[in-house]
Design a protein around this ligand. Sequence first.
Ligand SMILES: Cc1ncc(COP(=O)(O)O)c(C=O)c1O
Length: 398
Amino acid sequence: MAYPKFKGIYQTLLKDIHNAGTYKKERIISSKQGMNITTEGKEVLNFCANNYLGYSGSDAASNPAIEATKKYGFGLSSGRIICGTQTIHKQLEEKISKFHSTEDAILYSSCFDANAGVFEALLTKEDAVLTDALNHASIIDGIRLCSAERHIYRHLDMAHLEECLQKAQSKRIRMIVTDGVFSMDGDFAPLPKIVELASRYNALVFVDESHATGFIGQTGRGVPEYFGVQDKIDIINSTLGKAMGGASGGYTTGHKELIDVLRQKSRPYVFSNSLAPMIVGATLGILDDLERTGQTLLGPLKRNIHLFRSRMTEAGFNIIGHKDSPIVPVMIGDAALASMFADKMMTQNIYVIGFSFPVVPKGQARIRVQLSARHTEEQINRAVDAFIAIGKETEIIK
Ligand SMILES: Cc1ncc(COP(=O)(O)O)c(C=O)c1O
């Protein structure tokens, strides 16, 4: 065994990560996901899950998952194109494309996979991709896998995007790639301007809606719906691992031919197992539930977002992100202070996480708060009260 010869390399690497203060520890949760969770032997109020609609840990997700498991089994031991496509996979793809008013959809084991598979399959070196500097890591990796010319435009900087589009005019296809809601900053992509530029410079528009599907926009169809540009978006990638049940799974939806090409060429689709029936069944159930009760959930989510944002601003905190975003970064600045702040919140039984470099730029450490439709007004107020008390104690606010 050669490992002892190499062991030191990894020990040094781990030491370096520790020394940089970026070693990540996992907090162990012994309950279901929810607004109240049990961790480290106590019940805490959870403000750091992507559980925007409260489906994670809910019966609305697990009951149809159980039914689907009974009917279609636990797993398929196959990828989709061998013997891994069941009727429910096709039903869900149809339902997702109906939800987004698109022509077709294709399922993946995760949105990370959807992002890893889409660019390489659709673009060649004759093409160009124009990507926001703060797009998610999976988009960055997916673009790395394709041979298209890469233009990274400054975050939300439409003048810079236009410059990049001008430079890419000689290419065969141009594809603008953006997150709908940016996960670290909670801001929205300026889709009206993006689609205008796309039309002027002949470009396709790709939006990753992982932090929007189900809860942003009038009926939860996401950022394109929020801005009224649904019919101008060519490709949407999204996850089933956040608002839509929170287990795992992802998809691409858009024009028929594009989806068909993905079925032929997208490597995480062709060379990986099909999505487990229980997740497919749960998502079908959740989409039905959203049709029935979606509007009921969106109201409380909006109320919570506005209550938290307005009380925190009033208290003197520097919070960023779009006014209608349930991702609310509370800016702290110093990395050690952000981490200490989160620890102090935990002593008040409020679970929030501090994010610092390299996840966000140096000097811009923050606590990222994520709100859910299922938080009660009392829970929001309790979290804000704890923020205010600790904010004063640490002299972040007066
Ligand atoms: C914008 C964005 N895209 C893609 C992903 C990956 O999604 P999944 O967990 O389904 O792989 C995430 C998850 O953090 C995300 O925030």
